[in-house]
Design a protein around this ligand. Structure first.
Ligand SMILES: C[S@@+](CC[C@H](N)C(=O)[O-])C[C@H]1O[C@@H](n2cnc3c(N)ncnc32)[C@H](O)[C@@H]1O
Length: 267
């Protein structure tokens, strides 16, 4: 068991979900270039969520070990915010891939507007069968994206294939937490169902990385810096909106969702 879920996410449906979310954001005028949680060194600090989100990106970018001229893949790239940050922070060339065609079009516009089109490009593709040659990249980052993929081991094998020998993977996952409850809280079930995601199983993760041909360098539980503060801030931000399929306030105080960061190399 490498994950728990009632239903494995189906990539095409995940792509359509993100297309719809992007359209809704653009219509509502609330476009956010980052689609992941925040990182608070001190979860009780008054650091605004927008800044914490960029710090979460930096947890990945600063561990890639790349500089100008390197080629980096952003696996499950969203609308391009993290890739842009990686370009600015490292000078590397970023290639993003997403299963959402709408996100890809938007991300390409974002880098063009930032005058960085030569340093980043985005493609529509499925992480289960990456549209890249063997040994194309010096590093891969996957920020909260494997949660949506139906077979993590297959994705990690693809990552190994496209990494150059010595290349590095940095990823984050939302995960289960120990001790696992006999019955999951209904809000966790609903969160996973509506968001089309599965929580990773931390106990099974390192063997899976190794089976995929990657060598673990770091496995870090960052739950206390991320999850609950994130749900709290999002719940406040969203407020009393009715009719949402899922509201983050339902997960405030429910300590069954964790978050870990892993770094692994292709030997
Ligand atoms: C939570 S978002 C994170 C986006 C981005 N990494 C960020 O942090 O802003 C998950 C991303 O994974 C992508 N994704 C999910 N399943 C995928 C798949 N099978 N192949 C490629 N991308 C996928 C989604 O399209 C989306 O861009």
């Amino acid at each position: 068991m490498t994950e728990t879920a009632s239903v494995a996410p189906e990539p095409e449906a995940v792509g359509e979900l993100y297309d719809r979310l992007l359209e809704a954001e653009l219509e509502g005028g609330a476009f956010d270039p980052n689609l992941h949680i925040g990182y608070w060194e001190d979860p009780e600090s008054d650091l605004p969520r927008a800044e914490a989100v960029v710090r979460f990106t930096d947890q990945h970018v600063d561990r890639l070990g790349v500089g100008p001229g390197a080629r980096v893949l952003d696996l499950g790239c969203g609308v391009g915010g993290p890739a842009l940050r990686a370009v600015e922070r490292t000078g590397a060339h970023l290639t993003g891939v997403s299963i959402s065609a709408g996100q890809v079009a938007h991300a390409n516009r974002l880098v063009a507007d930032a005058g960085l089109a030569g340093l980043a490009e985005f493609r529509h593709g499925n992480a289960m069968a990456l549209p890249f040659d063997d040994e194309s990249f010096d590093a891969v980052m996957a920020i909260e994206s494997l949660i949506h993929m139906p077979d993590r081991e297959q994705v990690l094998s693809e990552v190994r294939r496209v990494l150059k020998p010595g290349g590095r993977l940095v990823l984050t996952e939302l995960s289960e937490r120990a001790p696992r409850p006999a019955v999951r809280h209904p809000a966790v079930e609903e969160f996973c169902r509506v968001s089309m995601l599965t929580l990773a199983d931390p106990d099974a993760y390192v063997p899976m990385l190794h089976r995929a041909g990657l060598r673990l360098r770091l496995f870090l539980d960052i739950t206390d810096h991320t999850v609950q503060r994130n749900f709290r801030d999002l719940a406040k931000q969203i407020g009393d909106v009715d009719g949402l399929l899922f509201h983050p306030r339902d997960l405030v105080g429910v300590h069954e969702v964790g978050c870990f960061l892993a770094v692994a190399d292709r030997p």
